[in-house]
Structures are given as C-alpha cells and as structure tokens.
Design a protein around this ligand. Structure first.
Ligand SMILES: CC(C)(COP(=O)(O)OP(=O)(O)OC[C@H]1O[C@@H](n2cnc3c(N)ncnc32)[C@H](O)[C@@H]1OP(=O)(O)O)[C@@H](O)C(=O)NCCC(=O)NCCS
Length: 229
C-alpha cells in the first residue's frame, strides 16, 4: 500500500463528497443523519473542485492497484478568494441546489437544514475576509487519521496559498461539535482573529509554522510524497 498526495481534480467530486459525509458530524460519520447523503458534500466539498478560485490536494491510497488508480481517502480544499467564491456560488451554485432540493422533500432534520441553507446561504463575514482572503477545509477518512497525513495536507495547502499571496492569510470554520480539533490547527499557527466567531480560526502566511514528522513511519511516508512531486 502506498499513500500519496496529488492535486485535486473536478473528477474527484464524488469521492470528496463521500469523505465529507463520513466526517460531517463533528468529525464522525453523518451517514445516519441524511437520506440525501450528498448534501454535506454539495455544501462543503464539491464546490471546491468545481467552481472558480478553488484549489485542493487529495490523499490517495493506491490499494495496490496501478499508478493513478487509487482511492481518494482524504482532502484539503480551498478558495483563494472567499468573496469571489461566495459571489459566484450565490449566482451559479446555490440557486440550482435550492431548486433541486425544496425543503418539503426532507424527512430528516439535517436534510431540511441543508435544503433551507441553499435558499439562504450566508457568505463569509467581513471580519473573516479582511483577516485572510482564502478559506479552507480538510477531512480524512478514519483509517488515515493520526498518521501525519493531515499535517502534510495542510502544509501543502498553506505552501500553495502562501506562494500566491505571501502577505495574505487563510481562515476556516470548525464544527461546533468538534472544537477539540483546534489543537491540530494551532500546530500550524492558526489562531482566533478579531471579529471572528468562537469556531473560526485564521492563519497569516507570514506566521505559519513548519511541521516536522515525529515518527519514522510518517517520515517514510513524507519522503514518498515528496518523491512524487
Ligand atoms: C483533523 C484531521 C484533519 C487531522 O489530520 P490527521 O492526519 O489525523 O492529523 P495528524 O496526524 O497530522 O496530527 C498531528 C497532531 O495534531 C493533533 N490532532 C490531530 N487530530 C486532532 C483532533 N481531532 N483533535 C485534537 N488534536 C488533533 C494531534 O496533536 C496530532 O498529533 P498526535 O497524533 O501525535 O497526538 C483528521 O484527523 C480528520 O480529518 N478528522 C476528521 C474530520 C475533521 O475533524 N476535520 C476537521 C474539520 S474542521
């Protein structure tokens, strides 16, 4: 088994949507909450491989198959420009979903919540956008967690965003049921920012901390990843 990282593509849409569902309940599977299992992904993952201003990296397990034929088992996805992303999505993404998913279709409360959100999607706050133009998400399937892969994905994303906008920054929102994950982000220098909500964090690229691998398994994997690029 070899695990590697590559850039995300539009054709990863189904895979990132599934991962989103399987981590959408405070980091755990939200499968039981939804009849419409695509809704979390259509909100938090799929637009980031389809809409303008976006970029991403996916974690691939080759499952002993041929090169490039592995399974997507994790992702980090971002928009370089939250304002532009929100503007574009308000015109071209949420209205289509609002039409396709009227709240009357929902039997489960979580489905209803998403369907109502599509009709009234909020953009990123002024405080968030003025701290950093970019925003990002990250999720890994459970068997791939706590092996250093999340750190490598965040490093790749921060490196890519920083290259384009060295003086800028990136923000993210944590699920209020999953605030313990703050410890993970703090390792990179993410912190609360002025005017941000209790579950929002931001990182100025000029203050980003570099993470080092702490064990040999991760170090080996790290070398593999960097050989691929
Ligand atoms: C959160 C997540 C992206 C972290 O990636 P990862 O590959 O598991 O993390 P790493 O192995 O790189 O972790 C580095 C360190 O961050 C900290 N950390 C990682 N996940 C954490 C969590 N859920 N809560 C608190 N600290 C965490 C730990 O200190 C960890 O070091 P340790 O394993 O030696 O204790 C991943 O676990 C995940 O996808 N979880 C489920 C979905 C989720 O919570 N997504 C975040 C949405 S805001």
């Amino acid at each position: 088994m070899t695990v590697t990282i590559r850039e995300a593509r539009e054709s990863d849409a189904d895979a990132v949507s599934r991962i989103c569902l399987l981590t959408a309940k405070g980091g755990q599977s939200a499968d039981d909450l939804h009849d419409f299992k695509e809704l979390p992904g259509l909100t938090y993952a799929v637009p980031y491989v389809k809409l303008p201003t976006t970029l991403g990296f996916v974690l691939i397990d080759d499952k002993n198959s041929g090169p490039g034929e592995g399974e997507v088992v994790g992702y980090t996805l971002a928009s370089r420009n939250s304002r532009e992303f929100d503007r574009y999505a308000a015109e071209h993404w949420w209205p289509i979903l609002a039409e396709k998913y009227p709240p009357s279709l929902a039997q489960k409360p979580a489905d209803k919540e998403f369907m109502e959100l599509f009709r009234n999607m909020h953009g990123k706050s002024e405080a968030r956008v003025s701290f950093g133009a970019a925003n990002m998400h990250i999720n890994l399937l459970e068997p791939y967690q706590r092996q250093g892969w999340g750190s490598k994905l965040v490093s790749r994303m921060v490196e890519a965003l920083r290259k384009e906008d060295p003086d800028g920054g990136v923000t993210l929102g944590m699920d209020p049921r999953n605030l313990a994950v703050r410890r993970f982000y703090e390792k990179f220098g993410f912190e609360s920012f002025e005017g941000g909500k209790f579950n929002e964090l931001g990182l100025k690229f000029s203050k980003a901390k570099v993470l080092h691998c702490s064990d040999s398994a991760s170090a080996k994997a790290y070398i593999e990843v960097h050989r691929t690029f």
